[in-house]
Every structure is written in structure tokens, then in C-alpha cells.
Ligand binder design. Structure first.
Ligand SMILES: *Cc1c(COP(=O)(O)O)cnc(C)c1O
Length: 428
């Protein structure tokens, strides 16, 4: 495949945009090479600036769950656009999508819309702090909750009680209120509660993690967090920016049968437009301005175009919930094909899958947290990534990402992908 025009466009972009991209993972830093500039997309396929067709396993990091340029969504946006793009006033469509979201997701009475997953998680934590009157939060190493200061904290050795910033620009003052624990380690969380009695406002977690590759909670882990939160009057925040409206109508809460106190959304809920949201029962949401004292606002929050896209997307998912089952079957099919191909090689590997999320780790042992995810062989991953790309398969350009299937993928596409996979892994 040729990427001549992509290379030129990247060079041009790099002169005026830091690193040539508006979000770092797009830059191919982890895998080397030049990022691919996409011109258009339809269904399961991306078409790049050099005229290559790629089978897409990223789905814009989740939102395009029904495939690209999905007509009910694009038509809804086109129709809305003709009537004005922003008013700075309430509009009826905001209530419509809120009603639908509240009906689809268990355990929430009210929802507020924002512009990104980052904003949703940032606001959810502020709300939890306002509601509990406490400052500290617990997050898990390897979980991503957007790029606001409180969340850019990673486990360093010895950083058990106090987090240390992993991005310059995050102050120590902010970092000290974020406590870290390894994913799937209930004892570590218990120890944090012991050491910080009556100080922890919330635990925030990806109920199925997708930002250290796909990592699945062990039996009893989330139940244990729920019990600890109940015991210590701490709120449990499920960051469902990835899992919401992807694992099922009701997201991870429904799929796993565990109630969170606050749930955050993004990605699918905007159907490809910039939308995030956070939701909770009325008692908690009543703390938000203008009803309550916790301030949160947004000039373009609930924007009519974004709401039109989101409403069309949620309506489609609500009306055809068999999509979730179809996606899960396709992902299982892919998993089986990958497994078969890998078993013929001498490579060390682990495949994690949940619903329509799947990751292949070139790691020997089970991947259950950030530390085990980080043991995966990155040199092998790089060769694998570029090998698949050369076959026309577009995978996330980092081993710390999950693939997101979209329902426009046909079994023919999956067979093509598995054949490419078999060919590529045989060369590793
Ligand atoms: C993508 C993501 C976010 C951040 O959402 P943005 O819209 O990129 O700000 C937060 N949490 C999780 C779990 C995510 O996957």
C-alpha cells in the first residue's frame, strides 16, 4: 500500500499542529511510521487520501458502532443543520435524548450532557466531591478517564498512597487527591480506605477496561468495590464512556448486574459528534447547578446537531437491541479465528474479549491489570500492526488499546481479517 499523500499531509500538518495531530494516539508514535489520513468512510471501511480501502477496527474509538456514515444519524444531522446550529437556549431534543437514555440505562434518573468524555468524568468527580464533602478519589492504574488533571496520574513504584503526576502541568496539589490502585486488586483498595478514613469521595473505574488493552474485571472485584463504597459512604463512578451503549442498552451496569452511583458516557452516545454525559439518581444530580451548588456548564452543551446525532444513534440501538448480540457473535468469531492462527505459531499471546471489545496481547501470562498488560512485547506488536495495515486492516496503533467492532462488518470482512492475521502472525 502507498501512503504518499498521507505522508505529505502529515508533514504539512506537523508545521501547524503539535505532532501533526489533535489527539496523540493518532500519531502512530507507539508503532512508528506515518499516520494515515482518512478522506471518507462508509460502513466498515475507511478510505484514505491515497485511495486505499481499510477495514476499520477502531470505529472512531467506539462511536461508529453501526458503521460509518450510518444514514439515520447523518440524515438527522443534515436536517437539524438546516434549522440553525446553536441557540444557547434549551431545546426539546435535549429532553428527548435524556428521556431515552434514562429509559435505556438502569439506575439513573437524570442526565446532563457535555461535549466530551473528559468533561463527563471531570464533572462526575466534582459532583461526587460536592455530594460527599470529601476531596480524594481512587482510580486504577491503566484506566483512562480523559485528560483532566485529576486523572493523569499513573502508578509509579512506591506511589501507593500519593499519586505522582505523569504529565508535566499537573500539580502535586491535584495529584495528592488521586489515590491509585492496581486493577483487579481489592486488597489495595481496602488498604487505601484504611489509610484515608472518611476522605474518599469516589472510586472511578472503567467497569470493563479498554485503555490498557481490553482488561476484564475478575469475579467479585466490582462487587467488592460496590461493598466498600457502601461501607464507607463513597460513591462508585462507572466510566462507561467506552462501554455505555456498546455492551448493551444499559452498558456494563446492566451486563454485569452492578449498580454504580454515577455513570459517565461519551463516544457512542454522540453517534460521532462531540458528546459526553454523566448521570445518576435524582438525589445526587440535584447537587448540580442550577438546582444545587456544584457548578458545571457549557456554551455548546446539548448542542442541537450533537443531540440529533446522539438521539438517532440511541434510537437505532434501542429499536434493534439484537445489534449487541450480533456484535458479540462477530467478536467471538474473530477471537476464534485469531486463536486458531496463533496456536499454529510459537508466539506467546493472550486474547481478552468482552462483548464487542477485544485485544491481542503478545504476552505470556494472563493480562489482568496495567502491569501485566505492559509485559506484552511491543516489537512484536509493531510488526503485527504494520503487517495488518499492509493487508488493509486498520487496528488501533498501540497495544494499550482495545479493538471496537462495528456492526457493518460482514462475516466476509471477518474472514478476510482472519486470513490476513494468519499470514501476518506466521511472519512474527
Ligand atoms: C475515551 C475515553 C474517555 C475520554 O473521552 P473523550 O471524549 O476523549 O474526552 C474517558 N473515559 C474512557 C473510558 C474513555 O475510553
Amino acid at each position: 500500500m502507498l501512503y504518499k499523500r498521507s505522508s505529505e499531509l502529515f508533514a504539512q500538518a506537523s508545521k501547524v499542529i503539535p505532532g501533526g495531530v489533535n489527539s496523540p494516539v493518532r500519531a502512530f508514535k507507539a508503532v512508528g511510521g506515518t499516520p494515515i489520513f482518512i478522506k471518507e468512510a462508509k460502513g466498515a471501511y475507511l478510505y484514505d487520501e491515497d485511495g486505499n480501502r481499510l477495514i476499520d477496527y477502531i470505529a472512531s474509538w467506539g462511536p461508529m458502532i453501526l458503521g460509518h456514515a450510518y444514514e439515520p444519524v447523518t440524515n438527522a444531522v443534515i436536517e437539524k443543520t438546516k434549522k440553525g446550529t446553536s441557540f444557547g437556549t434549551p431545546t426539546e431534543i435535549e429532553t428527548k435524548i435524556a428521556e431515552l437514555a434514562v429509559a435505556m440505562v438502569p439506575n439513573i434518573d437524570k442526565i446532563r450532557f457535555v461535549n466530551s468524555g473528559t468533561e463527563a468524568c471531570m464533572s462526575a468527580v466534582r459532583l461526587a466531591r460536592g455530594f460527599t464533602g470529601r476531596d480524594k478519589i481512587i482510580k486504577f492504574a491503566g484506566c483512562y478517564h480523559g485528560h483532566s488533571d485529576s486523572f493523569l496520574i499513573q502508578a509509579g513504584s512506591g506511589a501507593v498512597t500519593f499519586g505522582s503526576p505523569n504529565s508535566p502541568g499537573v500539580t502535586q496539589g491535584t495529584a495528592k487527591d488521586t489515590l491509585l490502585a492496581p486493577y483487579n486488586n481489592l486488597d489495595a483498595v481496602e488498604a487505601l480506605f484504611e489509610a484515608n478514613k472518611d476522605e474518599i469521595a469516589a472510586i472511578i473505574i472503567e467497569p470493563i477496561a479498554g485503555n490498557m488493552g481490553c482488561v476484564i474485571p475478575k469475579e467479585g472485584f466490582l462487587e467488592g468495590l460496590r461493598a466498600l463504597c457502601d461501607k464507607h459512604n463513597t460513591l462508585l463512578i462507572f466510566d462507561e464512556v467506552m462501554t455505555g451503549f456498546r455492551l448493551g442498552k444499559g452498558g456494563a451496569q446492566e451486563k454485569l448486574g452492578i449498580d454504580a452511583d454515577i455513570v459517565t458516557f461519551g463516544k457512542v452516545i454522540g453517534g460521532g459528534l462531540p458528546v459526553g454525559a454523566f448521570a445518576a439518581r435524582a438525589e445526587i444530580m440535584s447537587y448540580l447547578a442550577p438546582e444545587g451548588p456544584v457548578y458545571q456548564a457549557g456554551t455548546l452543551s446539548g448542542n442541537p446537531l450533537a443531540m440529533a446525532a446522539g438521539l438517532a444513534m440511541l434510537t437505532a440501538l434501542n429499536d434493534t437491541p439484537e445489534v449487541f448480540e450480533s456484535l458479540e457473535k462477530k467478536t467471538a468469531y474473530l477471537h476464534e479465528g485469531f486463536e486458531k492462527a496463533l496456536s499454529k505459531t510459537s508466539l506467546e499471546y493472550t486474547i481478552n474479549r468482552f462483548g464487542s471489545m477485544i485485544s491481542v496481547f503478545f504476552a505470556k501470562d494472563e493480562v489482568v491489570d496495567f502491569e501485566t498488560s505492559a509485559t506484552a512485547n511491543n516489537d512484536t506488536f509493531k510488526k503485527y500492526f504494520h503487517g495488518m495495515l499492509a493487508e488493509g486492516i486498520y487496528l488501533p496503533p498501540s497495544s494499550f488499546e482495545s479493538y471496537f467492532l462495528n456492526d457493518a462488518l460482514s462475516y466476509e470482512d471477518l474472514d478476510f481479517t482472519i486470513a490476513a492475521f494468519e499470514k501476518v502472525v506466521a511472519t512474527l
